[in-house]
Design a binder for this molecule. Structure first.
Ligand code: CU
Length: 347
C-alpha cells in the first residue's frame, strides 16, 4: 500500500501534535504545585514543553526519515544534487520560530504580571534597611552593613524588587506579613503582628501572604520550589514576594545562592495549614513566647544564636558521611593507600 505524501505528512502532523500535547501535560519534571502562582508558572512551562517536544519530534523525525530513506545505495558513488537557497522555505523557518518566541514572551509577561511582578505599589511602604541595623549586637548577629550608613534608600524604580500583589489584590494589604531574615546559615521568620519568631515558616492556606526578605550578611536566595518562587535576599536592599499557598502540606525552603561553606545546610520548611490549624499553631506560639519577657528583637537574636551555632566539620559532615556510605571501617581500609590519604585520615 502506498500512502500519498500529502496524507502521510498530515498524519505525521496530527501524531506529532497529539504526542506534544500529551507530553506537555505529562512530562513530570516539576515538583508538586502548592501555590496559585505555581499553577500560572506551570501553565507557561507546560506550553514551552509542548512546543519544544513538538519541534524535537519534527526535527529528529525528519533526520531519521532522511537517514533511512535517502541512505547511500550500494555501489552509488555519485554526489547528491547541489541545492542552494529556497527563499520561501527560509522565510517560513524564520517566521515560525519568531512567532513562537514572540507568543511565549507575551505569555510569560502575562504570567509575571498575574503573579504580581509588575505591582507598582510593592516598593512603597516596605520597611527600610534600618531594621537590619537594629538587630544584633553580639558577634553572631552583627550586620556587615555599617549601621550609620544604613538608611532607607528612596526607591527610584517604579517596579517592586520582587513579586508584589496580583492585579486582583492591587492596593489591598496582604492577609499575613512575615519578615524573613537570611543569614549564614539559616532562615528566620518573624511575625510582626503576633510578635513571634520561628525557624520555620507557617502560613494559612488560601491567604494572601507577603514575605519581606532581608539578608544580614551576604547574598542569599529564598527559594520555594513547590511554589515556583525564588527571590534574592540582598544586604541593604529589601525584597518581597507575595503569594497564595493553596495546598496543605509542608515543603522545603532552600537557599539558592552560594553563600558560604555551609550554604548546603541553609534549608528550612514551609508549612501550609488549614485556617483552623494555623490559628492553633499561632495561638500555641504566642502562648509559649509571651511566657518569656523578651521583646521581638531579643527573640530574633535568640533564634539567630540557636540556628547558627557553629558546628565542627565532623558534626556538620556526619549525616552526609552516613548518606554516602562512609563508615569508620571503610575509612580504615583506605589507610596506607597513599601518603596523602594516610595523612588526612590520621589527622
Ligand atoms: Cu544562603
Amino acid at each position: 500500500m502506498n500512502i500519498p505524501t500529502s496524507i502521510a505528512t498530515m498524519l505525521a502532523g496530527i501524531l506529532i501534535t497529539l504526542l506534544s500535547l500529551w507530553y506537555g501535560q505529562n512530562h513530570g519534571l516539576m515538583p508538586i504545585a502548592a501555590s496559585d502562582e505555581a499553577t500560572l508558572v506551570d501553565g507557561l512551562f507546560n506550553t514551552m514543553m509542548t512546543v519544544g517536544f513538538g519541534l524535537f519530534l519534527l526535527v529528529e523525525g525528519t533526520i531519521l526519515i532522511a537517514v533511512i530513506k535517502f541512505r547511500r545505495k550500494p555501489d552509488d558513488e555519485t554526489d547528491g544534487p547541489h541545492i542552494e537557497g529556497n527563499i520561501p522555505l527560509e522565510i517560513v523557518w524564520t517566521a515560525i520560530p519568531a512567532v513562537i518566541v514572540l507568543m511565549i514572551s507575551v505569555y510569560s509577561f502575562d504570567v509575571y504580571g498575574q503573579m504580581g511582578g509588575f505591582d507598582p505599589e510593592a516598593a512603597e511602604g516596605m520597611p527600610g534597611v534600618t531594621q537590619v541595623a537594629m538587630l544584633g549586637g553580639d558577634e553572631m548577629s552583627a550586620p556587615l552593613i555599617d549601621p550609620s550608613q544604613a538608611h532607607p534608600k528612596p526607591h527610584h524604580h517604579m517596579m517592586a524588587v520582587g513579586v508584589g500583589a496580583s492585579p486582583d489584590r492591587a492596593g489591598q494589604p496582604p492577609d499575613l506579613t512575615v519578615d524573613v531574615m537570611g543569614l549564614q546559615y539559616a532562615w528566620i521568620f518573624s511575625y510582626p503582628e503576633s510578635g513571634i519568631v520561628s525557624g520555620e515558616l507557617h502560613v494559612p492556606q488560601g491567604k494572601d501572604v507577603r514575605l519581606n526578605i532581608k539578608a544580614q550578611d551576604v547574598l542569599h536566595a529564598f527559594w520555594l520550589p513547590e511554589f515556583r518562587l525564588k527571590q534574592d535576599a540582598i544586604p541593604g536592599e529589601d525584597t518581597e514576594i507575595r503569594f497564595t499557598p493553596r495546598r496543605v502540606g509542608d515543603y522545603p525552603i532552600v537557599c539558592a545562592e552560594l553563600c558560604g561553606a555551609y550554604h548546603g545546610s541553609m534549608v528550612s520548611r514551609i508549612f501550609v495549614h488549614s485556617e483552623e490549624e494555623y490559628d492553633a499553631w499561632l495561638g500555641q506560639q504566642v502562648a509559649m513566647q509571651s511566657a518569656s519577657p523578651d521583646t521581638l528583637a531579643q527573640r530574633l537574636d535568640e533564634q539567630i544564636l540557636a540556628l547558627t551555632t557553629p558546628l565542627s566539620d565532623e558534626e556538620f559532615l556526619a549525616p552526609y558521611a552516613h548518606e554516602v556510605g562512609l563508615t569508620a571501617a571503610s575509612l580504615e581500609s583506605l589507610k596506607g593507600a597513599t601518603p596523602v590519604l594516610n595523612e588526612l585520615l590520621s589527622s
